[in-house]
Design a binder for this molecule. Structure first.
Ligand code: BV8
Length: 235
């Protein structure tokens, strides 16, 4: 019976592509505190600052120097070659998994290259800056009604039911480049069955490292291709 594989990635998998991690610095994120730029309250209080924060990150993501790395490519290869169920859950809002060829991607914290109508929830592919002057694509006389399609702290992540189902039936769970600080993402490993082979790939230990059967310390671009070859050679 082909195995069911669930993968969870965090900012660490995109670090070698040039995208700063969330906690890489001194707890500041591109110079900002979470509560000032990544909460609904922040957006209500200072929408210009929050739009600027995401506009800066969207422009950086669209810079040609930002490309998927060997870890993203290896996960796309695993999905394509694997016979059983496969789901890649990412906490990242970049599109590097999709650009590497992954198809079964669940972006649980949203996507930087999509905008969301604040009134209807409708999504739009979006590669430009967003601001309070941005006309609504379907009602151009209405300005400033779009927000980044990003799950802020205090908001409910996307696809939690699907993630729970995938975790409960997983035979292999890979957690790659996540500090396991943000919930409910960090709790996914706990929802996998005792029989599930749990593997963590991270530069550093995390608060959930002890839950894993194997904790591989190293860079994602080196270690992920190796674990993918190992999994694909399993009987
Ligand atoms: C919710 C989108 C209710 C925005 C993000 C107290 C205790 C526990 C929980 C809470 C608490 N107080 C509040 C909470 C809940 C809160 C939370 O967890 N807060 C934390 C800070 C304590 N969570 C929420 O608010 C969530 N919503 O709880 O709603 C609810 C829930 C369910 C049902 C009903 C109600 C919403 C959380 C989503 C927030 N949005 N992102 C944006 O991106 O702008 S989270 C943000 O952090 C990013 O998505 C990021 O990906 C994510 C997690 O960080 P990581 O991905 O792990 O990145 P990080 O930098 O931390 O770590 C990188 C790791 O990689 C490091 O370990 C590093 O060593 C490693 N690494 C680096 N380079 C490499 C590498 N590894 C390998 N190779 C390398 N080269």
């Amino acid at each position: 019976m082909p195995k069911s594989i669930l993968v969870l990635t965090g900012a660490g998998i995109s670090a070698e592509s040039g995208i700063p991690t969330f906690r890489g610095s001194d707890g500041l994120w591109e110079g900002h505190r979470i509560e000032d730029v990544a909460t609904p309250e922040a957006f209500s209080r200072n929408p210009v600052l929050v739009h600027q924060f995401y506009n800066q990150r969207r422009r950086k993501l669209l810079d040609p120097s930002i490309q998927p790395n060997a870890a993203h490519v290896a996960l796309a290869k695993l999905e394509a070659a694997h016979q059983g169920d496969f789901l890649l859950v990412t906490q990242n809002i970049d599109d590097l998994h999709q650009r590497a060829g992954s198809r079964k991607v669940l972006a649980m914290h949203g996507q930087l290259l999509k905008a969301r109508c604040r009134d209807t929830g409708k999504l739009f592919d979006w590669r430009e800056d967003l601001s309070l002057e941005t006309p609504h694509p379907l009602a151009t006389t209405r300005l400033g009604r779009l927000r980044p399609h990003v799950v802020w702290f205090g908001e409910i992540p996307i696809g939690l039911e699907l993630i729970q189902e995938a975790a409960q039936s997983a035979d292999i769970f890979l957690a790659i480049g996540t500090s396991a600080v943000v919930y409910p993402a960090a709790g996914i490993v706990e929802a996998t069955p005792a029989s599930c082979l749990k593997i963590e790939i991270n530069l550093a230990a995390t608060p959930t490292s002890s839950v894993f059967d194997r904790s591989i310390r190293g860079s994602a671009s080196i270690e992920v291709p190796k674990i993918v070859e190992e999994i694909l050679s399993m009987p």
